[in-house]
Design a protein around this ligand. Structure first.
Ligand code: AN7
Length: 350
């Protein structure tokens, strides 16, 4: 096993579709902390609750794991351009890895549908950004038509190397916990990440006979095609990252749920924002709204007494809070400047 701090390709080469000839593309992704809950778990009567804080990846989301492998394979295939549709994080990640390797990134995003920090990242990393009048689903349909173009690598999660890279998060959780968790809660948009985790846990089961967690996927109420059983033409939710109406990894997301004996269920925007607030105020963990959806589902189920029989629980926190600064300050007022006197300070201390 490669040294701590190495990227996921170096650390997990034996379990990834790479050869000695595959470039070791890395920005230092992976090796994210598994943080034990300090206050939310105890308040719900859950002894062993952990957060896998994927917002600490180099571009601020879990996408970097898959992008490292997808970019390495794109280089190996002599591609010059990384192409994706995105609700934001995939575009930020693709832009970062393209910059790293001297490739072009072309990212297609829905107008008005991407959090400010993510768009700023794609711009800063030097991507070409195409803002389209249409949803993420429309953007994805568009880019998929160019999938076979010479020199172009499509790096959405329909790219199998993305899923391969993302499964390494399951490997890390098992290393960090010393075993697989009993349950895993995860937000679901396009269905790629729940597919990747399930694959990771399944490979570990085959390799060393480990148990696998029951998988709990959370979709936003207004963007829940996998719960409704049919595409949602105009998905709506405050959690823009998972505002997706026709998931590309539909079948494999449903398989992860079914094979694990789990569920994919909805949470409302109010429940998402309540969980988002609790993560920052009770745990010191800043996440973007979509990342709170899994925690919202956990809180909802635990409060209804539907998680009785113990065991460890991991919630995947998929993206960093600074991605979506607007969501952080919603309903709050920034303090006005005052005179820097001791008396105003004394009043602030209370
Ligand atoms: C923070 O960036 O689809 O179910 O285009 O950014 O694998 O899609 C983002 C998805 C959860 C859902 N949390 O994961 C994109 C994009 C965050 C995300 C998801 C996304 P999938």
């Amino acid at each position: 096993m490669a040294a701590m701090g190495a990227g996921i390709i170096d650390r997990y080469a034996a379990y990834l579709p790479v050869t000695a000839a595959t470039p070791r593309v890395t920005l230092g992704e992976g090796s994210t902390p598994l943080i034990r809950s300090s206050r939310i778990g105890p308040s719900l009567g859950i002894e062993q609750l952990y957060f896998k804080y994927e917002g600490l990846n180099p571009s601020g989301s879990f996408k970097d794991r898959g992008m490292a492998v997808a970019t390495a394979k794109a280089l190996e295939a002599k591609a010059r351009t990384l192409l994706c549709a995105s609700t934001g994080n995939t575009s930020a990640s693709a832009a970062a890895y393209a910059a790293r390797c001297g490739l072009r990134a072309v990212v297609v995003v829905p107008a008005g549908g991407v959090a400010a920090g993510k768009l700023a990242q794609a711009l800063a990393y030097g991507a070409s950004i195409l803002v389209v009048n249409g949803s993420f689903d429309v953007a994805l349909r568009l880019v998929r038509q160019l999938a076979g173009e010479p020199g172009v690598a499509l790096v959405n999660s329909v790219n199998p190397f993305r899923i391969e890279g993302q499964k390494t998060a399951a490997f890390e959780i098992v290393e960090q916990l010393g075993d697989a968790p009993a349950r895993l809660f995860i937000p679901v948009g396009n269905g790629g990440n729940i597919t990747a985790y399930w694959r990771g846990f399944t490979e570990l089961q085959r390799r060393d006979g480990r148990s696998r967690p029951v998988m709990y996927g959370a979709q936003a109420e207004g963007a829940a095609p996998l719960v409704r059983g049919k595409p949602v033409p105009r998905p709506r939710t405050i959690a823009s990252a998972i505002r997706i109406g026709n998931p590309a990894s539909w079948n494999s997301a449903i398989a992860a749920k079914d094979e694990s004996g789990g569920t994919i269920a909805t949470v409302t925007d109010a429940e998402i924002m309540a969980a988002h607030r609790r993560l920052s105020r009770e745990e010191g963990l800043l996440v973007e709204p979509a990342s709170a959806a899994g925690v919202a589902l956990l809180i909802k189920m635990a409060s209804a007494g539907r998680l009785s029989d113990g065991g460890s629980i991991v919630c995947v926190l998929t993206g960093h809070g600074l991605k979506d600064p607007q969501a952080l300050t919603r309903g709050l007022r920034l303090p006005r400047p005052v005179r820097p006197t001791l008396s105003t300070l004394m009043r602030a201390i209370g």
